[in-house]
Ligand binder design. Structure first.
Ligand code: NAG
Ligand code: NAG
Ligand code: NAG
Ligand code: NAG
Ligand code: NAG
Ligand code: NAG
Ligand code: NAG
Ligand code: NAG
Ligand code: NAG
Ligand code: NAG
Ligand code: NAG
Length: 706
């Protein structure tokens, strides 16, 4: 009996998942709606460009966004004397180990330029495209029999409804190679009473623009110009201050016309004169795209091919044979997260936390969150998506990061925090300037890449980045002559951004991550047969010990009342990350496993998870997996506060709006660990709850974790 069930386990977990089975599993989670959501669209897109639709397949009643990696805008600079240019910003000096160090923090004497630097550039909502109903006032409630299905396997959004007694059928697609949507509408009503509008908003300086981005009533602040290009195409140039971009619209058959703008708006109306119309709408930062936009038919083939290839070539998890109802919930989260991260996060620069759905933090991205966003593409064997931003992201930020380190009196490169593809500037902020856990991320990325591509090409292209990262890490660590160890901080903010930076010393996660990062930088030099900087070895081997109080790891050394006060048992429980997200140390003092286990237990018992950001659940799940508790890992991944909506969008919560994509990415990272294992987990049981393994989990193609 025992032998048979063991054999069944071995067979079931290694079984390949056929293309037909993958398709069946993926399509079983196609999203169906019969009304617009107030918080999330249904999207089509390609990672660098996405279109968010309401129930009509367009943006008729809910102005969800069309966003890109390249579309950004600046408000005009302040005119306050002495604050008229980015170069006027001085930041603040804080005492740091007996010397004054300049941090990119808002200087109260320079509020205007500090705010400007934080709010600019911000990401644009390129346009809104919806149905226009002639001179009728129509609401969503006036449409009958509304149905909608998003086909995950092909990237097709099909919508239909009845308007004025006749059926309107809509298909919405995105090109996989350009910033273009394809729309097909079929209805006897098409004509002057049912056309399509394009409208162009002006941006907003709020930190969060959700659920909608931009204003449609600030008409005099920006300009649009319509230029006919041919009998079936036209271009609209949109100028907002210094930013200009173009929208090109083509229609087939060629009967139809576009006119506008309507008075006091930037709204244009396309009026079809056939009962079936196919449109392509392309966006581009330049007026004359070097290659013409794709035709509707080539666009839909590119979408079909891209998605089929995505679903058939990466790793896969098939839980369909498992009868535990939790398996179906987890499978649903996995499939929808795969779809949404491919659209919103697989970009040529890291995504913002809300992807291409709406704006959070002005549309900028956060370098510390980039580990969540980008690592899963490698673990799910989608290296082509991983390589869209890596390593060029770090190469492009290297000059500004070297300057930052130099200004602060450190060696190497200090990576910024909240930034954008254009300026590489780290947005002014106290937390922004004092966070350090983004620093070893390049080591994690490089190492995971090297395991799949162990070539001198990989070694060479990461070498400069890793060297600059490690040089900073070694020089940032402060040699404490009374204790004889290297300290991290103060001042600093750890992963949980809720401590006093002036007393935060030697946080558990950062110490472990420093040791991990330096160890990889050292093995990189070994692989290259290059000289290993002595400082890296010295710091790796003499970092302060991980702080332990009463048999548990604590947030940082000297924290008072860690498990007693509820002020310290909320925010990110990063102590769990040292044995989960991170592998145990490869050299030097091992982790005390009794302490690791007791810490996991204390977190489970006392942590205020209601105030957690979602990725905490994935971090805790990975900790439980390494501890052999697959059952508890599943409980964390399905925790009611780790919430996803009907279309798989990660629900934000009290501190961030919806969607909050680090949750989707972290779920994929934790499930990659369940499915693909990690160094040293080979042959161990317990990556899945026991009954799941007995019934048969289909798993294929994962890149194992470190
Ligand atoms: C719309 O969908 C909801 C939930 O999916 C369902 O309960 C409801 O019956 C549907 N309404 C119509 C009119 O189909
Ligand atoms: C905005 O201003 C920055 C300087 O802060 C500049 O580098 C950039 O090109 C400007 N334009 C856009 C669209 O970001
Ligand atoms: C602010 O920047 C402008 C433009 O670079 C420069 O002319 C001016 O002198 C600067 N003012 C101060 C107080 O630094
Ligand atoms: C930390 O120290 C800086 C000056 O070095 C001070 O401005 C800041 O208010 C202090 N923060 C706290 C929370 O004590
Ligand atoms: C709309 O849906 C209702 C209920 O399913 C159905 O009876 C009716 O025939 C539909 N109307 C049209 C025009 O399809
Ligand atoms: C509704 O359809 C009828 C024909 O079925 C047409 O005469 C009328 O103009 C349409 N109304 C609108 C507002 O389009
Ligand atoms: C302009 O639109 C915004 C929403 O984007 C709204 O809050 C505001 O009240 C409108 N202002 C006017 C004058 O209509
Ligand atoms: C040296 O370490 C001890 C214990 O961690 C700490 O209290 C002290 O402030 C450190 N000394 C300096 C100069 O940072
Ligand atoms: C390092 O040296 C070893 C042994 O001489 C050699 O096999 C290897 O190719 C070298 N690696 C690189 C990246 O030069
Ligand atoms: C350790 O336990 C003692 C006794 O219960 C308590 O006074 C102390 O605050 C605890 N320390 C931490 C860091 O929780
Ligand atoms: C901590 O506990 C107090 C008293 O029970 C409560 O009022 C407060 O909301 C709690 N705070 C947190 C962060 O959980």
């Amino acid at each position: 009996m025992y032998v048979w069930s063991l054999l069944a386990v071995l067979l079931s977990v290694t079984e390949a998942v056929s293309v037909e089975q993958r398709q069946k599993v993926v399509r079983s989670f196609n999203v169906r709606r019969n009304a617009s959501s107030d918080t999330t669209p249904l999207q089509v897109g390609n990672g660098d460009f996405a279109f968010g639709a309401d129930i009509t397949g367009l943006q008729t009643f809910k102005p969800y966004a069309i966003m890109s990696t390249w579309g950004w805008h600046n408000f005009s600079l302040p005119t306050t004397p002495g604050q008229t240019s980015p170069g006027n910003f001085t930041g603040l000096q804080w005492w740091t180990h007996d010397r004054l160090v300049t941090y990119e923090q808002p200087n109260p004497a320079q509020n205007d330029i500090s705010n400007w630097l934080r709010e600019n550039p911000h990401r644009l909502n390129l346009a809104t495209v919806g149905f226009s109903f002639g001179n009728q006032k129509v609401t969503e409630e006036d449409l009958q029999n509304k149905t909608q299905e998003l086909d995950l396997w092909s990237g097709k959004l099909a919508s239909s409804f009845i308007y004025n007694g006749s059926l309107v059928e809509v298909e919405t697609w995105s090109d996989s190679n350009s910033d273009t949507i394809g729309v097909q509408v079929q209805s006897p009503s098409l004509g002057p009473g049912l056309g399509i509008f394009l409208d162009f908003p002006y941006p907003d300086n709020q930190k969060f623009n959700a659920p909608f981005v931009g204003h449609f009533n600030l008409t005099s602040k920006h300009k649009t110009t319509l230029t006919p290009l041919s009998p079936n195409s036209a271009q609209i140039e949109h100028t907002l201050d210094e930013t200009t971009y173009c929208t090109r619209i083509s229609w087939s058959p060629s009967q139809g016309s576009i006119a506008g703008p309507l008075p006091n708006t930037h709204r244009y109306i396309f009026t079809p004169s056939t009962p079936l119309i196919r449109l392509t709408i392309s966006f581009s930062p330049t007026p004359l795209p070097s290659s013409p936009p794709p035709s509707f038919t080539s666009l839909i083939s590119s979408s079909r091919d891209w998605w089929e290839s995505y679903w058939t070539h990466g790793a896969f998890i098939d839980l369909s044979r498992v009868t535990d109802p939790r398996a179906a919930s987890l499978q649903c989260r996995i499939i929808l997260s795969q779809y949404l991260t491919a659209i919103n996060s697989a970009s040529s620069f890291p995504p913002q936390e809300s992807g291409l759905v709406n704006n959070g933090w002005h549309g900028k991205f956060h370098l510390e969150m980039n580990l969540w966003h980008t690592l899963p593409f490698a673990r799910w064997n989608h290296f082509s998506l991983f390589h869209r931003s890596l390593p060029h992201l770090y190469s492009s930020l290297l000059p500004s990061s070297i300057s930052r380190a130099k200004m602060q009196g450190y060696k190497g490169a200090r990576w910024g925090k909240m930034t954008d593809p254009i300026t590489g500037r780290s947005a002014p902020g106290e937390i922004n300037s004092l966070l350090i856990w983004q620093q070893p991320h390049p080591m994690y990325f490089a190492e995971i890449e090297y395991r799949s591509f162990p070539s001198s090409y990989t070694l060479q292209r990461w070498d400069e980045i890793l060297t600059a990262s490690a040089d900073f890490m070694a020089s940032y660590a402060y040699y404490n002559s009374s204790t004889g160890v290297y300290d991290l901080g103060p001042p600093m903010y750890p992963v949980s951004e809720n401590t006093n930076p002036n007393t935060t010393l030697n946080p558990t996660f950062e110490l472990a991550y420093w040791r991990f990062g330096l160890a990889i930088a050292i093995s990189w030099k070994t692989r290259l047969n290059a000289t290993i900087p002595a400082a890296w070895v010295e710091v790796r081997d003499n970092l302060a010990p991980l702080p332990i109080e009463n048999g548990t790891y604590v947030t940082y050394e000297g924290i008072e009342g860690m498990w007693i006060s509820n002020k310290t048992t909320n925010d990110h429980p990063a102590m769990a990350g040292i044995f989960g997200l991170l592998p145990p140390p490869r050299s030097g003092k091992p982790l005390d496993m009794d302490v690791v286990k007791k810490t996991a237990g204390k977190i489970k018992e006392t942590w205020a998870l209601g105030e957690s950001y979602g990725w905490d659940f994935a971090m805790l799940a990975m900790n439980e997996l390494r501890l052999g508790n697959a059952e508890q890992a599943v409980e964390y991944l399905l925790h009611p506060i780790f919430e996803f909506d009907d279309a798989g969008y990660p629900v934000g919560g009290s501190r961030v709006p919806t969607p909050y994509f680090p949750n989707s990415a972290s779920l994929l990272l934790a499930t990659a660990m369940m499915a693909g294992g990690w160094d040293g987990s080979e042959g161990h049981q317990g990556h899945w709850p026991g009954s799941w393994e007995e019934e048969g989990v289909g798993v294929e193609g994962f890149v194992p974790g470190l």
